[in-house]
Design a protein around this ligand. Structure first.
Ligand SMILES: Cc1ncc(COP(=O)(O)O)c(C=O)c1O
Length: 376
């Protein structure tokens, strides 16, 4: 493995220091939660009684049952779920288990950095399936078909997408499934933002075919990335065994405390999600209205998740570096610059689910003021 730190992690708000930021529009999750804010303020005594043994290596049985009982789970059974340290852990397990130097893999780009960086660190033969602004970031199925080779280890897609907030349709997912099944390869579907899909969360990829490996976590839709709790799902028993071997070599099992918290939160999912989704919807409206009135920016309107990826129009004559300088130094407002996603810095990721409404509105006004001030 050739490890290199990723810009998105080096420059993340938690590494920069939250105290240096007034308006934080970098995040890709809803607001960070506490147990109390999730209605679990009295979980403390239960956690205090928990015997802190090694747990089930596959993962908390109740948690796997709740995940398999999701209304969109389709054919997914509790035994198809492997609990992991975050979606990041799941992606690492999948890449290290299925790839070796020279393995061919097709990954959508832009993407959440790990989806690209881990195959690269392994030395895989990584082919990027470019999603283009001009195409509305839509998947070009013919191009994908032409990239798959007899030895392609997997195709990797993210839906809802980071950083653009666009979504595949179920028909598109089914078409990709048909393709990977016909070519004897697999689809790794990063569904970390699934519960924030619109109009409703899509059904789970792994429930639609044994050729799909689904990945998700508690981090984004529930605002609890600090418990480092995610999972992968596959209905292929041989793969499940392989991924368990990888997990056991990495961490043996998960933190029992993290698993218990995730279990309790997911049991309350039907109660918690409507309120979370209502805030996201209201904030998306605010951003949409602001974008309509901001002549220096253009975007592909997001359809899911809590991020979007606007870009500074060429004809707006904005000095991009001056824009970031003014935004961060004068306004202490942070967005995710394009280089976090190996894209031009005229793009930036704007996260609208994490700040409260006044912070979001102030942040958007600061972006507009900085764009004006950076005109040449
Ligand atoms: C698409 C995607 N996948 C996976 C992750 C990793 O999330 P976590 O490990 O916190 O579950 C992220 C985090 O930003 C992401 O955006």
């Amino acid at each position: 493995m050739r490890y290199e730190r990723m810009a998105i992690e080096i420059e993340s708000p938690e590494q920069m220091g939250y105290g240096s930021i007034t308006c934080n529009l970098t995040e890709s999750s809803v607001a960070d939660a506490t147990l109390a804010s999730l209605g679990l303020g009295d979980l403390g005594p239960q956690l205090a009684e928990l015997t802190l043994a090694y747990g089930d290596h596959v993962g908390h049985p109740g948690l796997r049952e709740v995940l398999a009982a999701d209304p969109g789970a389709g054919a997914v059974r509790p035994g198809d779920v492997l609990v992991t340290p975050g979606a990041a852990g799941a992606l690492f397990i999948i890449s290290t288990a299925l790839l070796s130097p020279g393995s061919h893999v097709v990954v959508a780009a832009p993407n959440y950095a790990t989806n690209i960086v881990t195959p690269r660190a392994i030395g895989a033969d990584l082919e990027l399936l470019e999603l283009r602004y001009e195409d509305g970031y839509r998947l070009d199925l013919d191009r994908l078909a032409s990239m798959i080779r007899p030895d392609t280890a997997f195709v990797s897609l993210t839906c809802p997408h980071n950083p653009t907030g666009t979504m595949l349709t179920l028909d598109e997912i089914d078409a990709v499934i048909g393709l990977v099944e016909a070519r004897g390869t697999r689809l790794v579907l990063d569904e970390t933002y699934r519960d924030m899909g619109r109009p409703e969360p899509l059904s789970l990829g792994a429930g639609r075919s044994p050729a799909v490996i689904s990945v998700s976590s508690m981090s984004k839709s529930y605002g609890i990335p600090g418990i480092r709790l995610g999972w992968l799902m596959t209905a292929d028993p041989a793969l499940q065994e392989l991924f368990l071997a990888a997990k056991e070599q990495m961490v043996i099992g998960n933190s029992l405390i993290d698993e218990e918290i995730a279990f309790q939160v997911l049991r309350r999912r039907d109660h918690l999600l409507p309120a979370i989704r209502a805030v996201i919807g209201a904030h998306r409206e605010i951003v949409t209205r602001w974008m309509r009135g901001e002549p220096a920016l253009e975007w592909v309107e997001p359809t899911g998740g809590v991020v979007c990826f606007p870009r500074i129009r060429d004809e707006a004559s904005v000095d991009v570096e001056a824009f970031y300088g003014i935004l961060t130094r004068n306004h202490r407002t942070f967005v995710g610059p394009g280089h976090w996603f190996e894209q031009p810095r005229a793009h930036f990721r704007l996260g609208y689910g994490w700040p409260d409404t006044p912070e979001l509105e102030d942040g958007l006004a600061n972006i507009s003021a900085s764009l004006s001030a950076a005109r040449v």
